[in-house]
Design a protein around this ligand. Structure first.
Ligand code: ADP
Ligand code: ADP
Length: 228
């Protein structure tokens, strides 16, 4: 479960990018975070994966309370979170297989457990034929599928995606969305910041709309625009 209480984020330059944020996300939910450019979506996402520390308030993911967590606990908390970025952030010198395996190696997974799991997730995202390719040899949609495979390979409880379809054409974006829906159906919580109106309207989930650093709408089965 994710819990945010009275969260406020003020950047060093004085900009208050998030205020009065109170939110609970139950395990297995799919939540879109929408809003215009500059609304605070990225700030929200960075607070969630502890890239930013809030100026005020508390954030908890499962048993980890970010404000009281010791630095040595941070890697354990991070294992419960998989992150997908708009620009993929794959390691260019590693193959598809290696990019995904690396995520398991860094948390010291026993070598014998790595290969079957990497092959399993790459199959799930439809890339079992491209294990030896390098990121530069893949389309944008394929690269994003590798990055989703990497995000889920350690079986996180939460996947956080920041504009995952932002660089993709509509058809490719649809394929990515189908994969994220499948990830969610396995019980993984998905939090996705997006501008993609069509996705939000066609793949209906909870919608959190942010404007000026505040949540202005929180709807269980929301659409991109407000209901008339
Ligand atoms: P969004 O992702 O919805 O476009 P952001 O979270 O990036 O919005 O930005 C919210 C507000 O915080 C904006 O006014 C932005 O200019 C400001 N902001 C974002 N990052 C920083 C930063 N590192 N330092 C100062 N202000 C920032
Ligand atoms: P094939 O394509 O003939 O089935 P393999 O199944 O042996 O070949 O390997 C498929 C891909 O997985 C290859 O790109 C291989 O380099 C990669 N691979 C297999 N095991 C590892 C590993 N432990 N670390 C990195 N890459 C691996």
């Amino acid at each position: 479960m994710i819990q945010m209480k009275n969260v406020m984020m003020k950047y060093d330059n004085g900009v208050i990018a998030m205020k009065d944020l109170n939110l609970t996300v139950e395990p297995g939910e799919f939540v879109y975070v929408i809003g215009p450019s500059g609304a605070g979506k990225s700030t929200f996402i960075k607070l969630l994966y502890h890239e930013l520390t809030p100026t005020e308030g508390s954030i908890k993911i499962n048993n980890f309370d970010f404000s009281t967590m010791k630095p040595k606990e941070v890697p354990f908390m991070r294992r419960q979170i998989g992150i997908v970025f708009q620009d993929f952030k794959l390691l260019p010198r590693l193959t598809v297989y290696e990019n995904v395996a690396y995520a398991m190696q860094v948390i010291e997974t026993p070598e014998k457990d790595i290969r079957p799991r990497v092959l399993e997730v790459l199959k799930m995202v439809g890339l079992e034929q491209k294990l030896r390719r390098f990121p530069s040899e893949l389309s944008g949609g394929e690269q994003q599928r590798v990055s989703i495979a990497r995000a889920i390979v350690n079986k996180p409880q939460v996947v956080i995606a920041d504009e995952p379809t932002g660089n993709l054409d509509p058809e490719t974006a649809e394929g990515i969305m189908d994969i994220l829906d499948r990830v969610n159906k396995t019980g993984t919580t998905v939090i996705m910041a997006t501008h993609n109106q069509q996705m939000v309207d066609e793949h209906t989930h909870r919608v959190l709309e942010i404007a000026g650093g505040r949540v202005i709408r929180d709807e269980k089965e929301g659409s991109y625009g407000r209901e008339a």
